[in-house]
Design a protein around this ligand. Structure first.
Ligand code: FES
Length: 163
């Protein structure tokens, strides 16, 4: 007894050709969506790894900033300004002393705020707290102090420079 297997030539019916092109279009669309999804995930990771030191490095070329009329800043208040491309603070403390600090949180790079009533610098992102005189990290997640600048109060301006 012998068995014969007969192979037939596969024939493509008109409906199957349409199925193939639909499947191809689906795979292309899925691949494009996957790339977009990967980019959306990768960019925040890149920002996390790059911040805040890499962002601050773009401002290191600037050595000094002159703040015209800032000597008139009332005691107990703050002037926000840009040191290069980074936000910074000039604080005129209630006791008459001056301090200038970077306003870039050393945790993940949020902009910090001076709170004179609490006598602290606060980062609202994750609750980091800094000393408003020295920039020292006092509590919360910040791993390092804020960068402190030198302050020279003149008759017409306040000069802020890298220490
Ligand atoms: S970014 Fe400031 S505490 Fe997290």
């Amino acid at each position: 007894m012998s068995t014969h297997i007969v192979l037939e030539e596969p024939t493509i019916k008109p409906g199957e050709e349409a199925d193939k092109s639909t499947r191809r279009a689906f795979l292309v669309a899925a691949g494009a969506a996957g790339l977009c999804y990967t980019a959306a995930l990768a960019y925040p990771i890149y920002r996390y790894l790059a911040s805040p030191e890499e962002m601050a490095s773009s401002a290191t070329a600037v050595k000094e900033v002159s703040l015209k009329d800032a000597q008139k800043l009332p005691a107990g208040s703050v002037l926000m300004f840009k040191f290069g491309t980074s936000p910074a603070m000039l604080i005129h403390h209630a006791d008459g002393t001056w301090a200038s600090l970077s306003a870039v949180c050393t945790h993940l790079g949020c902009t910090v705020q001076y709170e004179p009533q609490a006598d602290r610098i606060h980062c609202a992102c994750h609750g980091g707290v800094y000393n408003p005189y020295t920039g020292a990290n006092v509590s919360g997640p910040p791993p390092k102090p804020l960068t402190k600048f030198k302050v020279a109060v003149g008759e017409n301006a306040v000069e802020v420079s890298r220490a």
